[in-house]
Design a protein around this ligand. Structure first.
Ligand SMILES: Cc1cc2nc3c(=O)[nH]c(=O)nc-3n(C[C@H](O)[C@H](O)[C@H](O)COP(=O)(O)OP(=O)(O)OC[C@H]3O[C@@H](n4cnc5c(N)ncnc54)[C@H](O)[C@@H]3O)c2cc1C
Length: 391
């Protein structure tokens, strides 16, 4: 017999980050009863996410793009600058969204603001229950999974989705093995105001010490993602706000004019994570519970939102969303996409980490080829976006 205070739902989602919240809204829209467990608060650390076309369309389907419009800036141009001082330095390369028939490659938004917007939408949805505690225990049997934790009523679900980030408890409970690795890099993040227009252009400087990227935000503002070795990152992070802004301005060769800090700053150690499978025993993993990689090429959250779309599709024909065939269908559908992108971003990051001449040459030749060959440029741009499209 079930305990009297037990809550029963079709699907329980552990973790209320951007991916967990998007999963809740998507699956509730498909007619499931949903519970989301976890604190709904993303730290303000200067992190922004560039939402590619497919992600933007998912948010549009959830009716969120209007609420996000004032908080996002379109990325119409991506500019790559070889700032290595290399003998084989190449001129800057620019990719325009219009070359592939789009208005923008994506839309950049502060991660905390995205979470806030998703949270507001979720509060209006009667099919979703939200419980702000942490899940401590997960007990699965043949017909369902029971979740419990301090201050939480027990929740019984037919399917549990682990959207609980890198240290996922759901992943451990499902017995899914993960490979976890570190890079000798730290990402510094910040939001800055500047005196010149960014013209909807994201600029990525490739330096000897790592990529340094400025991504447009609404108005004369941009977000910074700067990958450095940990000792250099510590030294830059120790600067006061004014000195930090001057350091960023110098590093950007004053491309955007005078800069000042206009929001929070953050520091994230870089690592990667991949899993042997995406679901097992009435549990499925989405977002950083299933894959983590460095912020190169705007892949992380976009891949997490593609997990959500794939899960929606895999569950569509199953009245019981936790049956083995539904979880297996989801696992199969995510393997190729996630492996491809984890491998590509890892390989690119390792090239950027190496200081050797052959890598310089390769990178120079790659940038050169990309800048000159129209069809190749279009192919690369589509590759970046293709996975974001449905169907
Ligand atoms: C510097 C930087 C820049 C980035 N830029 C981009 C970009 O441009 N584009 C892009 O697509 N991606 C980008 N990413 C990646 C992106 O930020 C992440 O992929 C995304 O935020 C992960 O979301 P998530 O919901 O999976 O995980 P998280 O945001 O980590 O959410 C997990 C949630 O689970 C909760 N939780 C954990 N354990 C429990 C528990 N036991 N019970 C209940 N709740 C629990 C946590 O409190 C948290 O709220 C970037 C990352 C970094 C570091």
């Amino acid at each position: 017999m079930k305990p009297s205070d037990e809550i029963q739902v079709d699907i329980a989602i552990v973790g209320a980050g951007a991916v967990g919240l998007a999963a809740a809204l998507t699956l509730a829209k498909a007619g499931r009863s949903v519970a989301v467990i976890g604190p709904m608060h993303a730290p303000r650390d200067g992190r922004t996410v560039a939402l590619l076309d497919g992600s933007w369309r998912l948010l549009a389907e959830l009716g969120l793009t209007e609420a996000l419009a004032d908080r996002t800036a379109p990325l119409a141009v991506m500019r790559l600058v070889d700032d290595t001082g290399s003998l084989f330095r190449q001129p800057p390369v620019e990719f325009r969204a219009s070359e592939v028939g789009l208005d923008a490659f994506g839309w950049n938004v502060e991660n905390a603001e995205l979470v806030e917007t998703l949270t507001e939408r979720l509060r209006d949805n009667a099919a979703i229950r939200h419980m702000p505690g942490f899940v401590a225990e997960i007990a699965a049997d043949e017909t369902g999974v029971t979740l419990s934790g301090e201050g939480l009523p027990p929740v019984r679900a037919r399917l549990v989705i682990g959207a609980d980030g890198r240290q996922s408890r759901v992943r451990a409970a499902a017995g899914i093995a993960a490979r976890d690795w570190r890079y000798p890099q730290t990402a510094l993040t910040a939001i800055l105001a500047h005196s010149r227009d960014h013209r909807e252009t994201s600029t990525e400087f490739h330096t000897r010490k790592g990529p340094f990227t400025l991504v447009p935000l609404p108005g004369r503002r941009s977000s910074l993602v700067w990958l450095l070795d940990p000792a250099d990152a510590d030294a830059v992070a120790a600067l006061d706000d004014a000195a930090f802004a001057r350091r960023v301005e110098t590093q950007a060769h004053s491309l955007l004019g005078a800069m000042r800090l206009d929001g929070p700053r953050g520091r994230v150690p870089m690592g990667g994570l991949s899993v042997e499978r995406f679901g097992a025993g009435r549990m499925a993993l989405v977002g950083e519970a299933a894959h983590v990689f460095p912020p190169i090429g705007a892949q992380g959250l976009n891949l997490g939102l593609r997990d959500v779309m794939a899960l929606h599709d895999a569950l569509a024909d199953h009245s019981d969303p936790g049956t083995a065939s539904a979880v297996e269908a989801y696992d199969r559908s995510r393997r190729a996409d996630v492996r491809l992108r984890t491998g590509a971003v890892d390989a690119l990051n390792r090239t950027l980490l190496t200081d050797m001449l052959p890598a310089d040459l390769l990178r120079g030749a790659g940038l050169f080829a990309l800048s000159r060959l129209g069809p190749l440029r279009r192919l690369v741009m589509r590759q970046g976006l293709a996975g974001g499209m449905r169907g």
